[in-house]
Design a protein around this ligand. Structure first.
Ligand code: SF4
Ligand code: SF4
Length: 110
């Protein structure tokens, strides 16, 4: 095989047929507004913790929707629950409550 001097990343393809959506349904029950997220990124842009840690509400929601909840939990570990993201969300999602709901649903599901 020809060497190119770089390596290919493993595929990040997500097979939604093999994704467990049961926990996501529980999350929707606790915080239905998670369905309103349009992934605009305002929350992430305003997050103080995100400047120093991988904290990102936007990415965490996307990871959870795709069944990769462990990545989302790791991502939200740096959250300070300061509520800045809640103030800037154009969809008026209570992101603070959403973060708590994510932890409640997915921490207990290990
Ligand atoms: S600001 Fe609100 S709508 Fe935008 S990505 Fe964050 S949670 Fe979703
Ligand atoms: S509540 Fe958490 S995710 Fe939202 S801005 Fe504050 S530290 Fe960032």
């Amino acid at each position: 095989m020809v060497k190119f001097g770089f390596a290919l990343n493993p595929s990040s393809r997500i097979d939604l047929d093999k994704t467990d959506r049961e926990k996501f349904a529980q999350l929707v029950e606790l915080e239905p507004d998670v369905l309103k997220c349009m992934a605009c990124g305002s929350c992430t842009a305003s997050c103080t913790a995100g400047k120093f840690t991988p904290t990102s509400v936007r990415s965490a929601i996307l990871e959870i929707q795709n069944g990769r909840w462990q990545q989302a939990l790791d991502m939200l570990k740096g959250c300070l629950l300061c509520g800045k993201c809640t103030m800037v969300c154009p969809r008026a999602i209570n992101t603070r409550h959403l973060i708590l709901a994510i932890n409640e649903v997915y921490q207990s599901g290990k």
